[in-house]
Design a binder for this molecule. Sequence first.
Ligand SMILES: Cc1cc2nc3c(=O)[nH]c(=O)nc-3n(C[C@H](O)[C@H](O)[C@H](O)COP(=O)(O)OP(=O)(O)OC[C@H]3O[C@@H](n4cnc5c(N)ncnc54)[C@H](O)[C@@H]3O)c2cc1C
Length: 433
Amino acid sequence: MRMPDTDSLRGKRYLRLHQRGRNSSANAEARVLRDIESELDHFAPTQADFPPTREEALRRMAAIDTRAYRRYRDYARGPVSRLSPYITHGLLSVPEVFSSVVARGESGPADRFVQELAWREFFRHVWRHLGDGIVEDIRDALPGVLYTSEMPADVLSAATGVPVIDASVRELYATGYLHNHQRMWLASYLVHMRKIHWRAGADWMYGYLLDGDLPSNHLSWQWIASTFSRRPYLFNADNVQRFAAHLSSRGTGIDRGYEELGQIAASNVQLEPEAGGLGQAVSEPGLLALPPALAPAAEPPLIAGNERVAWVHPWSLGARPDADRVIGVIHRPFHAQFPWSEHRWAFVIGAMRKVCDEIWIGDLQRLAQIQGGQVAEVQATLNPGYREAIATLPGARRPEPRLTPDPDDLKPSFSRFWEHVLATRSINFSPVG
Ligand SMILES: Cc1cc2nc3c(=O)[nH]c(=O)nc-3n(C[C@H](O)[C@H](O)[C@H](O)COP(=O)(O)OP(=O)(O)OC[C@H]3O[C@@H](n4cnc5c(N)ncnc54)[C@H](O)[C@@H]3O)c2cc1C
């Protein structure tokens, strides 16, 4: 979550061009952008699907190229890992990914890839301190601006007429994944240009993302909305042109200077859909409170008195736990509040079937009352409802694997969090462990 990449050679060249500013010709700028586009062509085409297996997660982890990532991470066609669904659902942990890149001897505290993993850790740190408070405004929104909770029909049907927005909505529905920059653009457009309350946008995006993660998602939306940052995040058509030329949105409502965009964000002015947008409309696939083709159970599964049971929930889908019987558990009330797309359910249930003997859907509090004494293993989680039920179990609760111990006091920003982590030397950057 950064402003444009100024580290990379290309980034510096681009900025120099801009600093020389208006004197430099539009042709020179176009040449630099064309060079970057042709360099991006050299990366393997990104795989659009996400097979729900640990083998696939390990393959993606081995393919991470931290040098290329540093240079091109912010480009929508750049070499990002696409590991997030696997990390969110516990098929792979952040400490594993960190150790894998550090072992190659290319990563230190300033490494871009490591820092992005650390952003995820920071959001979890805030979650531990604020709990369910992360889904409410952390600070006041922009004064005097009125936001609505109703998502606009033209956004839901990818028919705003702004190419970067419509293409991103279509990609989200089709694949369950979006590049970080596209998430930022979509969120900023909805909140600041269309005046949708960040919570409505965050719940919608969370449901369609295969990696939908309450802290990473809802706190990122708050960061963009400025309820968890000092200023709103804004973008314009030049920014899209630079990082996603194939989604060029010149000549649309976002083709303005930052000063004007700032005035729109701070007022109750709303951009209208572009004329002609409706021609491209798609239907919103819809979100489901239950996995398709699986019904809630009337009764808890019967277990023998001497059986050692392990529970596996949607965020702990790694290796099969060591137990006589492994039960995949879906806590119904959570998913009624935060429904998921059919794609996401397919990913989760596909991975769950590989490590569980059976899947049970119902109220986890009730299951905990009945089976509690026999649950020998389960991973703790802060996801509401799951959190409380698991906390009542007398048996072993594995903590979620984390890169670093959580600071005791809440760090108000990523930089304060990261400074603390580095000062306490709680992460080992040595390639040999
Ligand atoms: C509006 C918005 C919503 C988001 N929602 C989610 C979400 O629901 N789930 C989610 O995992 N991430 C979310 N992110 C963060 C980020 O966009 C994704 O983690 C990243 O794009 C996933 O792609 P990747 O695996 O290829 O990441 P890479 O760039 O390859 O990064 C490797 C890993 O680092 C972590 N990471 C990278 N960038 C971030 C970041 N900015 N914040 C937190 N963790 C990061 C992820 O675990 C990711 O898999 C959101 C960002 C924004 C702006």
